[in-house]
Design a protein around this ligand. Structure first.
Ligand code: SAM
Length: 678
């Protein structure tokens, strides 16, 4: 059995540095610093940087550099020299300057791997828990046969949209989506213009609960920006200097919800529950006027004349992120009248396009429509009553921003409303962005069709599948299973996905048989209102230890069956609590894998709160490389430990990072747990 490079020493410093800057949220300063480190002249401060996360938010997206590096290292022989390996990854003296000169950031993910296609032609790389698609995307870019899936229907669609369709349809797909996006934006401008001020950039809306003595605001002041607040006590809203936000009257949320529902069901007197208090314009905010509220009323009247087409999905009882807003009852009440009108008309429009596109070519049409529906999901994220005002950045905090902050969706005293027809849709799709992007869907698609080689032979296969039942469909087939499972209790993917699923289900209703047909390898159908939960490999609060360990052990047993006897398991994991590591180690042991290497790599940037970074957080991931126990070579644990500790020193976010000793200690203990238990 040939030892692979991944069982040996990797250049973790170069890979980690790339991953650190790739994953940062505001990366320009890091890109510039990286250009200086590499001695690369850069034409300006702007970089063309379309990130796959802009297609649709998904939790726990990982670094593409790390995914590419691990996929390739699992294929190459152990003796491959580091320089050659880095060049094959795309990290070459020729490629990086050319990338930067063309306006891209100096990142591996934009470079082309320099690998002889014959090397990977017959190699199968599988990721059965692929989420946002980083690992299969990089496998496909390398040219390997790629099998990927996820248990969640939203992730399944993201996987098709990120890997399969751009490879299969190439630039035609990009051109068609761009055309459709332009038409959608034009439609929105026409259909929604009467309900928004043409120069407006956003609205702040105060929640008020109606009492016998009149409306009571749920908050008395809101900070708009540095030192400036909107006072909302009685009478007209006033701008005033202030730096402290008034608390939200949480006791009034429930009555407010009931009144909001009654208004949405047709009681116009209750429109007072949503009071426009400030309008954002080019130069800043102005206090709202009567006519601003009038636009909202006009939307309510339009809705009363013709009910907006919104998902009528009950907010699921067992969804933890909806816990605080469950009294809203149905998904359709996540919107104010104007938001509902905008969402409803756009959903109706895209549904018509779904039909028309299907007449031309059902498969291609369903693919095109999915990107449009993703755009509507992103719109819902910024255009619902679950948004809030981010006073520090002077921007709308999206609904999911509240998930990232609190792990649940919440209603604050004030929310922010986007100006859908003029600004938001344009930003979501960016159909005309060529050299700059602020996160639109079209530039990502363009980039994906550039970097994927095409897939005429069906070498990329995507499924909605359950890792706990993998062997029913795949046996002794994969050379490499590269998998990044949920990290213990960190996220509930099904809960999160149910913010998007109702929109996708309603918008794509007629295309669902084409999108899901023959691809669902579990007992679930796209007619279902909720995402499957039963086999999700996560630890839900209170019983996380056994639940997570048991499910992960079962998933790993199944992966063992899907792996060839000389295949490699590459498992990513990170957590700050040792009990999580114990669960992973025991699961590996129970599924009869032997650990043959552990590689520390940077996984996420500290500015991201998702891994619970910051103080006491862990910014590195440990990549556990394992083989089926009966085929594993004997490894010397002392050598592995020594190598690991040396590599840990090098796996830095930036060259002079002083890795927090607490993190070092946690990861060193994790390693011992892996050796002891697994
Ligand atoms: C950490 S995320 C993967 C993120 C991905 N590597 C990326 O970069 O976007 C873990 C994924 O496992 C999926 N998952 C959880 N239980 C599963 C199961 N039983 N079968 C398949 N996938 C599952 C979740 O839906 C989630 O998308």
């Amino acid at each position: 059995m040939e030892r692979k490079l991944i069982e040996d020493v990797l250049p973790v410093d170069v890979i980690s540095r790339d991953a650190g800057i790739e994953m940062s949220f505001k990366p320009t300063p890091s890109y510039l610093a990286r250009c200086r480190e590499l001695g690369l002249p850069h034409p300006g401060r702007k970089f063309f940087d379309p990130k796959i996360r802009s297609l649709l938010p998904w939790l726990a997206r990982r670094s593409r550099a790390v995914a590419r590096a691990l996929n390739l290292a699992a294929i190459l022989p152990a003796a491959t020299p580091p320089d050659l390996y880095l060049r094959m990854l795309g990290f070459s003296k020729e490629q990086l300057p050319a990338l930067v000169a063309a306006g891209y950031p100096p990142l591996l993910s934009y470079a082309r791997p320099e690998v002889d296609p014959s090397l990977l032609e017959s190699v199968v790389i599988m990721d059965p828990m692929a989420g946002g698609g980083t690992i299969p995307l990089e496998a496909a870019i390398l040219g390997a046969r790629t099998i990927a899936g996820d248990y969640n229907p939203v992730a399944f669609l993201i996987l098709r949209a990120t890997v399969e369709w751009p490879a299969r349809y190439g630039p035609d797909l990009y051109r068609r989506v761009r055309e459709e996006a332009r038409a959608l934006i034009a439609f929105a401008r026409e259909a929604l213009a009467p309900y928004y001020g043409g120069e407006d950039r956003g609205y702040l809306i105060l929640r008020q609960a109606l009492s016998d003595s009149g409306p009571i605001p749920l908050v008395s002041s809101v900070i708009l920006g540095r030192g400036i607040a909107l006072q909302l006590n009685g009478g007209r809203p006033r701008l005033a200097p202030a730096s402290v936000r008034g608390p939200t009257r949480r006791d009034l949320i429930e009555p407010w919800i009931q009144q909001h529902r009654a208004m949405m069901q047709g009681n116009p007197d209750l429109l007072i529950t949503h009071r426009v208090v400030a309008v954002q314009e080019r130069g800043g905010f102005r206090p709202a006027r009567e006519e601003d509220q009038e636009l909202l009323r006009r939307a309510l009247e339009a809705n009363m004349a013709s009910l907006p087409l919104l998902p009528d999905t009950d907010l699921p009882e067992d969804n933890r992120i909806f816990r605080k807003i469950r009294a809203l009852g149905s998904y359709r009440y996540l919107f104010n009248p104007r938001q509902a009108l905008a969402m409803g008309r756009l959903i109706r429009y895209v549904r018509e396009r779904v039909r028309a596109l299907a007449r031309e070519d059902p498969e291609f049409g369903a693919a095109v429509a999915t990107y449009l529906a993703f755009g509507l999901c992103r719109l819902a994220d910024f255009n619902s009553i679950l948004t809030s005002w981010n006073e520090r950045q002077g921007t709308i905090r999206d609904a999911l921003g509240s998930y990232y902050k609190f792990r649940e969706l919440r209603l604050e005293g004030v929310y922010a409303e986007a100006v859908v027809p003029y600004r938001t849709l344009e930003w979501i799709f960016e159909p005309d962005a060529e050299r700059e992007t602020a996160g639109g869907i079209c530039p990502v698609l363009k980039e994906l069709t550039r970097s994927l080689r095409g897939d005429l032979g069906g070498r990329i296969q995507i499924f909605m599948m359950d890792a706990l039942q993998l062997s029913r469909h795949f046996r002794r087939l994969a050379d490499v299973i590269n998998v990044d499972p949920p990290y213990f209790d960190v996220h509930g993917y099904s809960d999160f996905s149910e913010f998007f699923w109702p929109i996708l289900q309603t918008t794509l209703e007629e295309a669902l048989p084409v999108l899901f047909g023959g691809r669902v390898l579990l007992d679930w159908s796209p007619a279902m209102r909720t995402a499957p939960r039963q086999h999700e490999v996560i630890g839900r609060m209170g019983r996380e230890d056994e639940e997570f360990e048991g499910r992960l052990a079962q998933a790993l047993q199944e992966m063992r069956e899907a792996l060839k006897d000389d295949g490699l398991l590459v498992l990513w994991f990170s957590h700050r609590e040792l009990k999580a590591w114990q669960a992973v180690a025991r699961a590996l042991h129970r599924s009869r894998f032997t650990v043959v290497n552990v590689i520390p790599l940077v996984s996420e940037h500290p500015t991201r709160s998702v891994t619970r970074g910051g103080r006491g957080g862990i910014h590195r991931v440990l990549v556990v490389v394992a083989r089926k126990a009966e085929f594993a070579p004997v490894v010397d644990i002392d050598t592995l430990r020594e190598r690991f500790l040396a590599q840990l020193q090098k796996a830095r976010l930036f060259p002079h990072e002083r890795i927090d000793p607490a993190e070092m200690e946690t990861l060193a203990s994790a390693l011992e747990i892996l050796f002891r238990e697994a």
